[in-house]
Design a binder for this molecule. Structure first.
Ligand SMILES: [Zn+2]
Length: 361
């Protein structure tokens, strides 16, 4: 495709793409099954697949060549001639597409030059930039080369810093404790409050496709209430998770750290034990700690309330039913928890065994 100057210079080439980013985001969330989340967890993120669909190579090329007044003001961040601007195209496509999407969404796409000429790309979205860093490191000429007032420039910088979280949601991988900014946009959909756990709230949720790379996958059942035993495998639910959210004000940080350490220890030293829950992720986000598990379908109390659905018929011994194998497996797991492998430098004490803590997958 040869470079061609856009005819209409009154409208920025980024404006229709901003609309397309919004519309495609809604369509993709719906396609992923999102219906509704509790207000605090309503999705705010722009997934990578939305950005890739909207910002095709041709679209990026077209915006890089925009000749609108605003892009003209920021032209100092890009090479002076229109024809040369597209030399930035390859770098944007390979290393700075999310950053460019953010600038397109803000309708200031020519600012991309400020970052690309320093070989900075998407990774700066995760750098916890402050306003002063953004201005003095990247947008050094923003005051001298635009007609914006000081207040407008400050609003522009703040808008960038607010939006950068939405264009860079974290991928859920690894299983260790991480600390994220409270503004971090979690790639969750259908996040629904399901009850109170010790010290905090429990939610069920799903993770948007492409943002889930847990070490332990979805094959182990778990429960939102931080308990450890699975008794019966009925149906696997591979896509739903449970999150316990604990405010730091609700419990002493030492207790929460101890809980996190215990869950990590159990996960690592009894990783082959299918009847023991594995925590998938623990992270701190501002003043809250979040524990992530696969979501269990029910518990032993549910099962006992409708025994006729699961127990053997009267002419068969109980050991003929699969529940027998699961119950024995669960008891062996419990024994192992209380007397862990030889190399383990710990010993478990459950101390609070009751029907609701035996979980069903
Ligand atoms: Zn423009």
């Amino acid at each position: 495709m040869s470079d061609s100057r856009p005819n209409d210079v009154s409208q920025c080439q980024s404006t229709p793409l901003r609309t397309k980013l919004k519309e495609t985001r809604i369509a993709k969330l719906t396609e992923a099954g999102h219906v509704e989340s509790d207000a605090e967890y309503e999705p705010k993120f722009f997934p990578a697949d939305v950005i890739e669909v909207v910002l095709s190579r041709d679209a990026v090329k077209s915006v890089l060549g925009c000749l609108c007044d605003r892009c003209g003001e920021h032209a100092n961040y890009l090479p002076p001639s229109y024809e040369r601007r597209t030399i930035y195209l390859d770098y944007v496509m390979s290393d700075a597409l999310k950053l460019f999407a953010l600038l397109v969404f803000m309708e200031h796409p020519a600012l991309i030059g400020a970052f690309v000429r320093q070989r900075k790309g998407d990774h700066i979205l995760d750098e916890n930039l402050k306003r002063i860093d953004l201005k003095n490191t990247y947008l050094t000429e923003i005051e001298s080369n635009s007609r914006l007032t000081a207040v407008e420039i400050r609003n522009l910088l703040d808008s960038f810093l607010e939006l950068c979280y939405q264009f860079s949601p974290p991928v859920f991988k690894g299983s260790w404790f991480e600390e994220w900014d409270p503004k971090t946009a979690l790639p969750f959909i259908n996040t629904t409050y399901i009850g109170e756990g010790g010290y905090g709230k429990v939610y069920s949720f799903q993770i948007y496709p492409g943002y889930k790379r847990f070490v332990y996958g979805d094959s182990v059942s778990a429960h939102p209430l931080l308990h450890y035993i699975v008794v019966l495998k009925v149906n696997r639910i591979k896509t739903k998770f449970a999150m316990k959210e604990v405010g730091l004000a609700a419990g002493p940080i030492g207790c929460l750290n101890a809980e996190a350490q215990n869950l990590s220890k159990i996960r690592d030293e009894l990783e082959d034990e299918k009847h023991i829950i594995k925590v998938l992720k623990i992270f701190r986000r501002g003043q809250k700690i979040h524990f992530i598990f696969p979501l269990a379908e029910g518990n032993l109390a549910d099962l006992m309330s409708k025994p006729w659905r699961h127990l053997p018929t009267s002419d068969k011994a109980i050991c003929w039913n699969s529940i027998w194998d699961q119950a024995v497996g669960m008891l062996k797991a419990l024994a192992r928890f209380h007397s862990p492998p030889e190399q383990a430098r710990w010993r478990g004490y459950h101390s609070d065994i009751k029907r609701t803590y035996y979980l069903l997958e």
